[in-house]
Design a protein around this ligand. Structure first.
Ligand SMILES: NC(=O)C1=CN([C@@H]2O[C@H](COP(=O)(O)OP(=O)(O)OC[C@H]3O[C@@H](n4cnc5c(N)ncnc54)[C@H](O)[C@@H]3O)[C@@H](O)[C@H]2O)C=CC1
Ligand SMILES: O=C(O)[C@H](O)CS(=O)(=O)O
Length: 488
């Protein structure tokens, strides 16, 4: 490992072991983890499989009784200590995130804040899980509805937010008394293991939070097939999510899916031009375009099109790109060369279909690591690949429209339904368009919609379930209706 690149990270937080039943395991083969900015080896984690995954489910099932028996206030205190530990180790965690995912340190620190905020939020929610009591069908009867933890939870998470996508699931689950087996992305396992280490320090009992590293297939088969797992939560690509949800049906698990997006960003003639450009920059280029809520299609009304295109291109042309550790660059590397090839394919296809390049395009080969320059294309066809698929890279494709009706039709013309953005000064148009768009989340005159306070999730083929906010805890609770008749 290039120790200089983890200068900020204390050795005891970068752990080359899986975490099962409160113990650190180094057995089995190994998976190599690389730094996307340099291709350098970051380290190895155990390549565990079905046997270890089953032992983790054993541990979660064993720990469930005592953990759910604690009061919400007692679990809240443990989560609060976990939150404090994440904040105290903000720089250590950020350097681990940048080292294995590539985002610039400033974005990595912001992700630690974002992920820790879910732990803080659900430490508070842990004390407020409410049921209700009503009168029964006869004078001597009462009906009580309890909300209880669903039980053992399995979670599978992606590489693009290697900390926040985990705490967005683990915090509500542990808050209500569930236990968890997590399979993090094999591309970014060290962040998950650091979370487990800090959770151990905070007093999360062994078996309550388990991290199994290794081959996705065999581990996934156990997490989707073991009947003791009562809830399966996934964040990642639509194709994998569909397959895993299908596997869960055999044991009727509760499932929540946060899948891919294809977010339209609509700019109307009456928009505040500066706000629309800022919003497009924030939404499109966060994490080098590798978020599921990134603007994936930029739909611009004809009257403002040229002004918006030139101002966006001017700003993108000034963006700095490079190794997230070296300087505070704005654009880091993509996760791997496969992601670079996809972005390149989308740009080339759009150009073949009549678009023109305003700025950017594939990086010079001299650039080490999996970089792709921030790119703006204008006059993109709605039939271009980048309008049909999620680019998951720093490519903004501008598509023209004339009328409100045309904008809505273009925006909704996708199986995805995660996030959409609207820039207009008209309150009436905001209301009409927001209500007509088929998406789980809408940004009005903003490109940033994610926080621990806002229920996050999609509709259509972007998935179901909500994470964060007042709704995030529901996915980890079951209802129990108790009818009682007074004895004579
Ligand atoms: N809606 C949302 O909140 C998010 C959606 N995504 C979507 O995911 C994609 C990029 O993220 P990736 O990590 O590449 O997605 P991915 O779907 O390839 O991987 C996500 C997770 O699934 C696991 N996985 C893959 N195959 C598996 C199998 N057969 N069994 C069990 N687990 C398996 C991976 O190891 C990883 O942990 C994009 O399409 C993006 O839009 C990513 C992050 C958030
Ligand atoms: O995985 C993602 O893309 C995240 O859900 C996006 S966000 O929550 O950071 O906006």
């Amino acid at each position: 490992m290039d120790t200089a690149r983890f200068a900020l990270s204390r050795a005891d937080l970068r752990i080359e072991a899986a975490y099962i039943a409160g113990g650190w395991e180094t057995g089995g083969g190994h998976i190599a983890v690389h730094d996307p900015a340099t291709g350098l080896l970051v380290g190895h984690v155990p390549n565990l499989g079905a046997v270890a995954a089953t032992r983790a489910v054993d541990a979660a099932a064993t720990a469930l009784g005592d953990w759910r028996a604690r009061s919400g206030k007692e679990r809240s205190a443990v989560l609060r200590r976990w939150f404090d530990a994440l904040r105290d180790h903000r720089d250590d965690l950020a350097s681990i995130i940048t080292g294995e995912q590539g985002k610039p340190l400033a974005e990595a620190r912001a992700e630690v804040d974002y992920g820790a905020a879910f732990v803080e939020w659900f430490a508070e929610e842990a004390k407020r899980v409410q049921g209700f009591v009503t009168g029964g069908p006869t004078a001597d009867s009462r009906i009580t509805v309890l909300r209880q933890p669903v039980g053992v939870v399995a979670a599978v998470t992606p590489w693009n937010f290697p900390l926040a996508m985990i705490t967005r699931k683990a915090a509500p689950a542990l808050a209500v008394g569930c236990t968890m087996v997590l399979k993090p992305s094999e591309l970014t396992p060290f962040t998950a293991l650091a979370l487990a280490r800090l959770g151990e320090e905070a007093g999360i009992p062994g078996g309550v939070f388990n991290v199994v590293t290794g081959a996705p297939g065999p581990i996934g088969d156990v997490l989707t097939g073991d009947p003791r797992v009562r809830k399966f939560t996934f964040t990642g690509s639509t194709a994998i999510g569909k397959m895993l949800a299908t596997r869960c049906a055999a044991t009727v698990k509760r499932v929540s899916l946060e899948l891919g997006g294809n977010a339209p960003l609509l700019v109307f003639d009456d928009a505040d031009l500066e706000a629309a450009v800022e919003g497009a920059l924030a939404s499109k280029f966060r994490n080098a375009g590798q978020t599921c809520v990134c603007a994936n299609r930029v739909l611009v009304q004809n009257g403002i099109y040229d002004a918006f295109a030139s101002q966006l291109a001017e700003r993108v042309a000034t963006m700095t790109m490079g190794d997230g550790f070296v300087r505070d660059y704005q654009i880091g590397p993509l996760i791997d060369d496969r992601a670079v090839q996809k972005a390149r394919r989308h740009v080339e296809d759009a150009l073949e279909k009549g678009a023109s390049l305003l700025v950017g395009g594939p990086s010079a080969p001299s650039h080490r690591g999996s970089f792709f320059r921030p790119t703006v294309l204008r006059d993109v066809s709605p039939d271009a690949l980048l309008a049909r698929e999620e680019t998951f890279g720093p490519v903004a494709g501008l598509i023209r429209f004339e009328t409100d009706a045309e904008a809505i039709a273009l925006a909704n013309d996708t199986p995805a339904g995660l996030a959409a953005y609207v820039f207009t000064r008209s309150a009436d148009r905001m209301t009409r368009i927001a209500e007509a768009l088929e998406y789980g989340m809408i940004g009005l005159n903003t490109g940033l919609i994610s926080s621990e306070l806002a229920p996050f999730g999609g509709i259509k083929e972007s998935g179901y379930g909500r994470e964060g906010g007042q709704l995030g805890i529901d996915d980890y609770l079951v209802y129990k209706t108790v009818t009682r008749v007074r004895t004579r």
